[in-house]
Design a protein around this ligand. Structure first.
Ligand code: PEP
Ligand code: MG
Length: 763
């Protein structure tokens, strides 16, 4: 197969060859005749331009099978006879994977499905390209040759260009009869229920939005070339102006780094890009179809690139193309991100900072590629009360912008386009849950004391001023962990001392006398700020983060300590350092605090009434030496998310790892018990602030190993209080003690049964 190799009248290779082909396809679509006639003529045109022994088009049918609709080269009797299931054979695989498939020897491929009626016996080389529109596969274009050969990148690109156009034509209803087009549309839009992993509990009912917006519907072929060329020119000018504007206003633009914008600008002004867009328009396409055409070529080219930098830049080009399409559809600056009042965001990846930039009032749920419940994204989502599910295979392709979605963050389920009955039943469940929450609020004054008289202290985790009202409606006795870095992650600049001081003062005011433990910024790992130098660590979670960064570059932490001292003047100040590893680090950190205290004294400014210093136990090294770290501070707090990550050497963000190693592992619980004992021997207070306590079994087990102070996500405070009041600590301790040395993977099931038989309450 080659493009235009043997047909000189149509021009030469490459872009010109494709241009001629696309123009011929345009002529065919404009001709009279039935849909089948047009399709057969298209197949002929493609086959005659792209010199392959076989060119076939398979289309997706209402029964979700792929049917051979037209062919040049296979036996004519096979048309409408050969049908493949989704995922069956090479054609089914291309459709299912949404990716081209190239092989030199099709019969040797493990997925090959032999279809004798097609007469494909002598064929070897195979190239299948999906026809994709709005993320949905509408069919497959197949090219085959008798010789075992490898198709060139240029040939694959050409086939993709043709497939993109075929998908557009299919979506506009030109390839099937109107009834069939509608039936396929219905099939693609039927209700679906997908299963993933629950990350943040809660029920969200809303409409799908994507980080990458969908392509607006548009015509494929131009009726007036000059008009289309003009539209392209205007939108390109507007695009360049909007990128220039973004660069000049970069200060205001949280979330987009200067480097990214500079790359945008390079692309936006790229001569080659513009030339290719113009060429596509002059081949007879509308400006929109030209943008898609060129983008699909770019995609094909860059996906093959070995250079990872180049592959990453694909994202920038995709974004620019989307902006251009939005400009062509009349959107002012191509950057508007319309949201529904009840939006559920579906995305493969997202950082915690990006989530904070969304309109809190409108974002009701989050569907993400992969993350675990202890990731920082999950922590932010929980703080914002946004239910979240992860790992829902296919959500990106099966849902469309604007589809109704129901997300059940506890069960890890996602319903796409649910029926009215399903919506109603979830609404009822949501009401029930809010009633349950209300019942917990009613119990907020009840003392969290176990049946055998052990007083438990329940505090709450927070990170934003908007978390603070929960302190009162949950009845938590204080904030046991205020994650200050969330404020650092939001903006495009390091917040000034005054901005930080204002936030901390507001938080203390809102706490209304209840203690707030401010954890100094734990930046690094998965929490990187846009303006910060990116670490070069291969394992950022174990790299330059937390206290390590603060001690090496004390400028930032000194500013933060200054802001905290100012905000707490005349009141008690609790400061805690993250990711302590060695006792000596505490001495260094305390010296920094002392310097700031002296500075204030020199300036004759008032100091906090008392200052308490704490260390987080988040590394096994610190847990092992808790008895040495303890005497250097006023309190310790176990950051169980990190501690478990390092204990098991298992990424806290990886759902797969989280499923593999359970916090109910007897070894881990024994290790925590040892830490409690070391804290007791050092006579220092110890609390537990990892998110695992949202799991009632782990929370109860922690009480069993001797923990009495906790800081939990706000939503877990009520259920935990009720649980504490229903359990007997000494019984649990006895039960656990007998099992801490066991080699079982997890005590979960046994412990569940034990608690249940003892009447312990857990939600
Ligand atoms: C922890 O690691 O358990 C913790 C509380 O800190 P963070 O989750 O913010 O890392
Ligand atoms: Mg931590």
């Amino acid at each position: 197969m080659s493009i235009e190799q043997t047909r000189p009248p149509h021009g030469g290779h490459g872009d010109r060859g494709i241009t001629v082909l696309l123009r011929s396809m345009h002529d065919v679509v404009a001709e009279e005749g039935s849909a089948q006639d047009r399709l057969d003529r298209l197949t002929k045109v493609i086959a005659s331009h792209i010199v392959a022994d076989v060119c076939s088009i398979y289309l997706r049918r209402p029964d979700d099978r792929l049917e051979l609709y037209s062919t040049e080269g296979l036996k004519a009797e096979a048309v409408h006879e050969t049908k493949l299931d989704w995922g069956e054979g090479l054609v089914g695989l291309v459709a299912q994977n949404h990716r081209p498939l190239v092989t030199e020897n099709a019969p040797a491929h493990p997925s090959f499905a032999y279809r004798p009626e097609t007469g494909e016996d002598p064929l070897r080389a195979f190239l299948g390209v999906p026809l994709i529109r709005s993320g949905k596969t509408l069919g497959v274009l197949v090219l085959q040759n008798t010789s075992a050969r490898r198709y060139t990148d240029e040939e694959i690109e050409a086939a993709q260009a043709v497939a993109t156009l075929l998908a557009e034509i299919a979506a506009s209803g030109e390839l099937l009869s109107q009834e069939e087009t509608e039936a396929v549309g219905e099939m693609l839009h039927r209700p679906e229920r997908l299963k993933g992993a629950g990350v943040v509990p809660g029920i969200a009912i809303g409409r799908a939005i994507f980080l990458e917006p969908p392509t607006p519907k548009h015509k494929v072929f131009a009726s007036d070339l000059a008009v289309e060329a003009e539209r392209l020119e205007e939108s390109l000018t507007a695009l360049r102006a909007s990128v220039d504007k973004m660069l000049s206003e970069n200060d205001k633009l949280a979330g987009v780094s200067r480097e990214v914008l500079e790359t945008y600008r390079l692309f936006a002004y790229d001569r080659g890009w513009k030339d290719r867009l113009r060429t596509a328009v002059f081949s007879g396409l509308t400006a929109e179809a030209a943008v898609e055409q060129v983008q699909s070529e770019n995609r094909a080219r860059m996906m093959q690139a070995r250079d990872p930098y180049l592959r990453e830049r694909l994202q920038d080009l995709e974004d620019l193309s989307h902006r251009l399409l939005r400009l062509l559809s009349g959107d002012e600056d191509g950057s508007s991100r319309a949201m529904f009042d009840d939006s559920i965001l579906v995305t493969r990846v997202m950082g915690p900072a990006e989530l904070l930039e969304y309109d809190g009032g409108k974002l009701k749920g989050l569907v993400i590629g992969e993350t675990s419940s202890t990731s920082h994204l999950a922590i932010v989502a929980r703080a914002l009360n946004i239910p979240m599910v992860a790992g829902v295979e296919g959500a990106m392709v099966r849902a469309e912008e604007g589809d109704t979605l129901i997300l059940d963050g506890a069960a890890g389920e996602l319903h796409i386009r649910p029926t009215a009955e399903v919506v109603e039943s979830y609404k009822a469940e949501r009401k029930l849950q809010s009633e349950r929450r209300f019942a917990f609020t009613q119990e907020r004054e009840l003392p969290p004391c176990t049946l055998d008289g052990v007083d438990v202290k329940i505090m709450m985790n927070a990170g934003l001023a908007l978390d603070m009202p929960h302190l009162h409606d949950t009845g938590a006795s204080g904030v046991g962990l205020f994650r200050t870095e969330l404020q650092f992650l939001i903006g495009s600049q390091l917040p000034s001392v005054a901005t930080q001081e204002a936030l901390y003062r507001e938080v203390l005011d809102l706490a209304d006398g209840k203690p707030v433990i401010f954890r100094t910024a734990d930046i690094g790992g998965d929490k990187t700020a846009y303006y910060m130098e990116q670490g070069q660590d291969g394992n950022p979670a174990m790299g330059w983060r937390g206290l390590r960064m603060a001690l090496d570059r004390p400028g930032m932490i000194r500013q933060q300590l200054r802001a905290l001292l100012g905000a707490a003047e005349g009141r008690a100040l609790y400061v805690m350092f993250p990711l302590v590893t060695l006792p000596d680090e505490i001495d260094q950190a305390r010296a920094l605090l002392d310097r700031e205290i002296e500075r204030r004294e020199r300036q004759e400014k008032a100091l906090p009434s008392e200052i308490y210093l704490g260390a987080m136990i988040e590394t096994p090294a610190a847990a092992w030496r808790a008895d040495l770290i303890g005497p250097k501070v006023d309190f310790l707090s176990i950051g169980g998310n990190d501690l478990a990550q390092f204990y098991f050497a298992a990424d806290r963000d990886s759902d797969r790892m989280q499923r593999r190693f359970d916090g109910m592992n007897p070894g881990f619980l024994g290790f925590l018990k040892m830490t409690v004992e070391k804290a007791i021997s050092a006579n220092v207070r110890l609390s537990y602030c990892g998110e695992q306590t949202a799991d009632p079994l782990i929370a109860a087990a922690l009480i069993g190993v001797g923990m009495t102070e906790f800081s939990l996500p706000a939503t877990s405070v009520g259920p935990f209080r009720r649980q504490v009041r229903s359990l007997n600590r000494s019984h649990i301790a006895e039960w656990l003690d007998a099992r801490l040395t066991s080699d079982s993977v997890s005590l979960r099931e046994e412990f569940h049964a034990f608690l249940q038989s003892n009447g312990v309450d857990f939600e």
